[in-house]
Design a binder for this molecule. Structure first.
Ligand code: SF4
Length: 537
């Protein structure tokens, strides 16, 4: 839990300094890149101010080369290669059970900060391009890129961190910053160890919402705000702070660079698609959840700036948006204002979001529909009320059915997010959940296996109870990292596969999906999802 403090809330306590060397040779002059790029906005075209104060990163005394010549230079936002298909959720990346992929919200949010630092953000999703590390480096070699911000996968973070050295080398030793998974952010020592063990990594972004990356990239930062980096040759891991008393002010993200026809959401009806975030955090305390580990209360961006962002996204030709808010519409006043202003703009955009059953009032659903919402994901979690209650969702079967009915009546598609494999769950209970979901008749369902993610109350309880098998599970949500009292791992996996197939192969689902398909794109997408469901393992 976060500790409430005067001013910013401190998630971690003191700056940690670990003695290590640093390396950041000047990047050579190189030819123009061909990555997805964006023209800098007028405010960002000017030369970045030369730093006159002590610098944070790069232990030598001269200003960093990338800061000396920021104007017009490109800064790479990287989704690195991986052998598996990942979905991207905030600070987490998980292996995907479907063929869907969409851009990472952290990179989207950080694209505005990179632009504000005077650089031109460029974006490469090596995964969607099916590039391995060698191909990625070949593509980057010789390009005039001033630095890199990369995400890493949760279960392959160490591998990604190691291989980023090749990217750095290919670009002539430019600075490399990494957005680390939330579980790592919560462990101060782990952050220090990454920088100590990977001298080619120049900094770790601990919070992609509140930070001073812009000043750091410009070379005029006097301190570190939610960025771990090197200071005078030593690793500095600052307190992770969040501010609740002010709104979140973010520079407009550069959505244009994330436009790619290969991106779509599992629920998409049209593409191209992108992601937006209006609020951060969630005040609920679901035992398994790590998504709200940084923000235990809601923080909102300025409503008008998000509406303008959506207008820009619409102008750029995007057709769908996924709101990455953890619980959309929780603050009724802000939801009313936002949805009212969005509806007034009469955009072509359609959008989907995630929220809770007990937040989705009939009034909110009507407002959402009017503002362009076509789909909502709900955390149903289980067909058994006592399981839901034990996991932070004290909602009745009737409540769930009523909300799904209300959505159907309004023409809003529903996705049921379901968990199976609680430590003492029986096969009979899982079958009850499957029957409940079938009765609920959502448009989509995601069956995830319970995992005790590091940093969650569930992981703590699993450790205490002696049923935690592996804190850093390789598979994530398709297999479990806890010991089950009544089920073997193999039986649980069989049940998950059966649950997915039985839902997507039932005649009612097939007929409904085909009847609702709005064009060739959706038919193509359904084929891909059907293949993924058929081969799910
Ligand atoms: S409501 Fe959702 S985001 Fe909030 S704690 Fe529960 S699972 Fe996490």
């Amino acid at each position: 839990m976060l500790r409430r403090a005067q001013g910013p809330v401190v998630v971690k306590r003191r700056m940690v300094l670990i003695g290590v060397g640093s390396l950041t040779p000047d990047p050579p002059d190189r030819s123009a890149p061909t990555c997805a790029t964006s023209e800098p906005r007028a405010s960002a075209r000017a030369e970045a101010p030369a730093p006159s104060r002590p610098r944070i990163a790069h232990g030598d005394s001269a200003p960093p080369a990338h800061a000396r010549s920021a104007a017009g230079r490109e800064w790479l936002l990287l989704d690195p290669p991986s052998e598996d298909v990942y979905v991207r959720r905030g600070l987490l990346r998980e292996k995907s059970g479907t063929a869907a992929a969409f851009p990472n919200i952290d990179l989207i949010l950080l694209s505005g900060s990179v632009r504000e630092a005077g650089f031109r953000p460029v974006y490469v999703d090596a995964q969607i391009r099916r590039w391995g590390w060698r191909r990625l480096c070949d593509e980057l070699r010789g390009r005039d890129i001033a630095g890199v911000v990369s995400i890493v996968s949760c279960d392959g973070a160490e591998r990604d961190l190691r291989r980023l050295r090749h990217v750095k080398d290919a670009l002539g030793g430019v600075p490399v910053y990494v957005v680390v998974p939330i579980a790592t952010v919560l462990q101060r020592q782990a952050c220090g160890d990454i920088l100590a063990n990977h001298p080619h990594i120049d900094g770790l972004i601990l919070n992609s919402v509140e930070h001073n990356l812009t000043e750091i990239l410009r070379g005029d930062a006097e301190r570190l705000v939610n960025v771990a980096a090197r200071r005078d040759g030593r690793v500095a891991v600052p307190d992770v702070t969040v501010r609740y008393e002010t709104g979140v002010h973010l520079p407009m993200p550069e959505h244009a660079i994330f436009r790619d026809h290969r991106y779509f959401f599992p629920q998409s009806k049209r593409n191209p698609v992108t992601c937006v975030q209006l609020s951060f955090g969630c005040p609920y305390t679901c035992e398994f959840c790590i998504d709200n580990a940084l923000y235990r209360k809601m923080r909102y961006r300025d409503v008008d700036s998000v509406v303008e962002e959506l207008v820009e996204i619409d102008r750029l030709g995007f057709r769908e948006v996924y709101f990455k808010d953890l619980t959309f519409g929780l603050n009724k006043r802000i939801a009313d204002e936002f949805l009212g202003k969005l509806a007034e703009r009469r955009l072509n955009l359609r959008w989907l979001c995630t929220t809770r059953i007990d937040v989705a009032t009939p009034r909110l659903l009507r407002y959402m529909k009017r503002a362009g919402c076509y789909g909502i994901e709900f955390g149903v979690e289980s067909g058994l009320r006592h399981r839901r209650e034990a996991n932070g969702k004290p909602i009745s079967d009737e409540q769930i059915k009523r909300v799904f009915y209300n959505c159907r009546s309004l023409g809003i598609e529903t996705t049921a997010l379901v968990m199976i494999g609680f430590e003492d769950e029986t096969e009979e209970e899982i079958r009850t959940t499957m029957a409940f979901v079938s009765d609920l008749d959502p448009d989509y369902v995601a069956y995830n296996v319970v995992n005790a993610l590091a940093g969650t109350p569930l992981a703590e309880r699993a450790k205490r109870g002696g049923f935690l098998l592996d804190e850093l599970n390789e598979q994530r949500f398709t297999s479990s990292n806890i010991r089950h009292r009544y089920l073997t791992p193999q039986r649980l996996d069989e049940l998950r596969v059966e649950a997915v197939r039985s839902f997507y192969r039932r005649p009612r689902t097939v007929m409904t999906r085909l009847a609702k398909a709005q064009g060739l794109f959706e038919l193509w997408k359904l084929v891909r999802l059907a293949k993924a469901a058929a081969w799910v393992k």
